[in-house]
Design a protein around this ligand. Sequence first.
Ligand code: AMP
Length: 471
Amino acid sequence: MKFTELGLNESLLKAVKEQGYTEPTPIQAQAIPVVIEGRDVLAAAQTGTGKTAGFTLPLLERLSETKPQMKKKQIRVLVLTPTRELAAQVADSIATYGKYMSYKSMVIFGGVGINPQFAAIKKGMDIVIATPGRLLDIASQDGIDFSAVETLVLDEADRMLDMGFINDIKKLMAMMSKKKQTLLFSATFSKEIKALASGLLKDPVLVEVARENSTAGKISQVVYPVDKSRKRELLAQLIKTNDWKQVLVFTRTKHGANKVCKQLEEYSGIKAAAIHGNKSQGARTKALADFKEGRVRVLVATDIAARGIDIDQLPHVVNFELPNVPEDYVHRIGRTGRAGMKGEAVSLVCIDEHDLLKAIERFTKSNIKKVDLEAFRPDPSIEAEPIQNGRGGGKRGGGQRNGNRNGNGNGGRANSRNKKPSKNKPANNKPENDKTPTEKKKKPRNPHAEKIGSNLQAKLDKLDKKSNRRK
Ligand code: AMP
């Protein structure tokens, strides 16, 4: 299959060619023609499959085909995303592929001033890419008119629901015409997603592709057993001895991200930046740009902040701490080995995390290679301490128990380790929650209130089975 066979105009083909893409990815080959046709699409696809171009290219094509008279505050295409980073990334894709077309687009998210956003939409927009919370703020103040929306895209719909956006999404949907085209992208198909899809999609075309870079594929994975107090030292050594130029490091908490970042700079002279929900939008954008352009070598991120980060050819991902949820491991390591490149995922695993590691191995049906580094061999006298599980639970003492709390940078060995669980959880040592106060909403009590049409239900079940088989 060639890009020229998909029904895209010359301007789009020229822009695609400049990106150096030789052929469409499977999701692009399946989605682009049907989106151009105007069909609804239900797609099972994760990041890394080329899904962004899979919807931005045909949307730009459709926009170029008609030129309706727009009224004030009206928009033609709305893309909803769970995070600001993903919104910015979609906007970048649109700018890349639409560079030889004329259209107006803008990004709307929280954490930045709202007034410039009101002012910009006032003139009307072809494409708006938004996170649900801020968009609803604007809509409820009559700042946007959805009556002319031709296409709605829900990108990473499962993440949006995970983050509690269902009510915001429903309120936004209620303001839009039922006639529009809807595209729903989701990596998983929970009951909530099925309920949402059934209320939104009309006879959708199912598009499903296995992630090209499954955990067993182009990503090599390795575990280094190490004491918690020596992780920072080991990380610095790995970066220096292997001469890693660009490393994405994951921590479980915002506090942990700041700490790793500070320690890498102070004790090892390695330039690092942290990215998480407590950082201002400006700081997050700058950190990402500095990382992409090589001004900082290490980007330390929490799971939520890292969603939507798209860096071509990112070679190394390090799990400084394993995630509580095995799916997050797959999402994390999927940041490397993208678009056919090779990648390496390294996990620094202390004794507390052995159960998490087992759960990850069960989930990915793999036995991850363990490398015993003599200089960092764990102290056998250290006993495991419990880690609170679940996204909602803070990690007891995760930052506190780090031996580097002595500030000597050597980490020290086990002797300073708590034997009993500490009750003094640091206030900011919470799992990431990426919502601004206005975006924070309670989860719905009964997310399955809507009835699911039998036809769509069958299609959803089919996708469900397939995605379960992939697991
Ligand atoms: P996505 O799944 O949209 O996050 O895209 C993952 C990565 O694949 C991005 O870095 C894109 O630039 C890249 N990409 C998208 N389409 C293609 C293609 N047809 N060939 C090669 N790389 C692509």
